[in-house]
Design a protein around this ligand. Structure first.
Ligand code: PLP
Length: 376
């Protein structure tokens, strides 16, 4: 039986347009070469840069291609100069992806954590307090959270950060292609994106910076990407990324919000005590993160996988082992729920049959767990 893939926030299936563009780009020249083959490759990369800029309203931004979202975030964390002088500290939201948290922890700058409310939204009062210190900061707040889909008030944060003379880096990896993203309206100084979250290939992403913001490179070598990221460009990946960006339309995602909301109504019908995280907050249209205390996430994932369904735990680690979610912990979610949290995330190929199939299998797990409790 065909599998139902409900894990788009991990990786979206490759779009046919991206596959075709990658096949066409395979074997083109080196964009740094001055001959015809090189110029053709250069033109492909430049056109792709425009497509990525258009995806996030960054027409005037500098687009630096990287090996993915993680490298783009690491690169942003290397920003050291604010309009009024050197950056002296980092302010990092408590719900950032490890691609931001880890380089922040390894940084030479002191790090302050910006808490979120129980609704999963950055606490603006805490931000105001942190900004009472005049020392220029690099503030890192993601646009949409990968686990819960909760959308952060980035424009409001940017206004405060700008008034302070600090810089704002926004991890836009989960938001790009799923909701309209406009770097200028958001007011962020740098924004990261990743191809495989929107139906492009994995291993390619980009950091977009405001044109007057200069980020020192973390990969040194040749002068590619105007000296901001050395190494011959991943032309195939770039072509696939651009093709996926061109066909990703956040308007298509609006229908997914209807599907997701219906799905959550049905979850509650199966188990009224199910906790749906961020249900009261603005969220990505495709994401549902929920927990039924006592129903262990790892056990559910394995049973669902056997039944042909691919979903994630609230926190998915690269090792495949499920660890306690720092995102849910930051929202003060108690351990019985964090241990049980599942994430269902939809995308361009999702159908109502997929979510219905999930509900059927999940109902079986809930009933089995209740039967076990009744016997115990
Ligand atoms: N930022 C967020 C919010 C993510 O969800 C991810 C991937 O899950 C990344 C960054 C890292 O992107 P990549 O997998 O392209 O390295």
């Amino acid at each position: 039986m065909k599998r139902a893939y409900l894990d788009y926030n991990a990786t979206a299936p490759l779009r046919p347009e991206a596959r075709a563009a990658m096949l066409a780009a395979m074997g083109v020249g080196n964009p740094s070469s001055v001959h015809g083959e090189g110029r053709a490759a250069h033109a492909l990369v430049d056109a792709a840069r425009d497509d990525i800029a258009a995806l996030v309203g960054g027409a005037d931004a500098t687009v630096i291609f990287t090996s993915g979202g993680t490298e783009a975030c690491n690169l942003a964390l290397n920003l050291r100069t604010a309009p009024h002088g050197a950056l002296e500290r980092l302010i990092v939201s408590a719900i950032e992806h490890s691609g931001v948290r880890e380089p922040a922890l390894q940084s030479d700058l002191p790090v302050a954590t910006l808490p979120v409310t129980a609704d999963g939204v950055v606490d603006l009062i805490s931000l105001d307090k942190l900004l009472e210190d005049p020392a220029p900061a690099l503030v890192c707040v993601m646009l949409a959270n990968n686990e819960t889909g909760i959308i952060q008030p980035v424009a409001e944060i940017a206004a405060r950060v700008r008034a302070h003379g600090s810089l704002l880096f926004c991890d836009g990896v989960q938001a790009a292609g799923k909701i309209p993203v406009d770097m200028v309206a958001l007011g962020c100084d740098a924004l990261s994106v990743s191809a495989h979250k929107l139906g492009g290939p994995s291993g390619i992403g980009a950091l977009l910076t405001r044109s007057d913001v200069v980020v020192p490179p973390i990969i040194l070598g040749g002068g590619q990407e105007k000296g901001r990221r050395a190494g011959t460009e991943n032309i195939t990946g770039i072509a696939g990324f651009a093709a996926a960006a061109r066909v990703s339309d956040p308007e298509d995602m609006e229908a997914l919000a209807v599907q997701r909301d219906g799905f959550e109504t049905n979850l509650r019908a199966v188990a009224s005590e199910v906790e749906i995280f961020g249900a009261q907050s603005p969220r990505l249209p495709n994401t549902s993160c929920f927990a039924l205390a006592g129903l262990d996430a790892e056990t559910q994932i394995m049973a669902l996988d056997l039944a042909g369904l691919a979903v994630s735990a609230g926190a998915a680690c690269s090792s495949g082992k499920v660890s306690r979610s720092h995102v849910l912990a930051a929202m003060d979610v108690a351990a019985p729920h964090t241990k049980a949290a599942l994430r269902v995330s939809l995308g361009w190929q999702s159908t109502a049959a997929d979510t219905d199939r999930f509900l059927g299998e999940w109902q079986k797990l809930v009933h089995a767990s209740r039967a076990r409790l009744a016997v115990a």
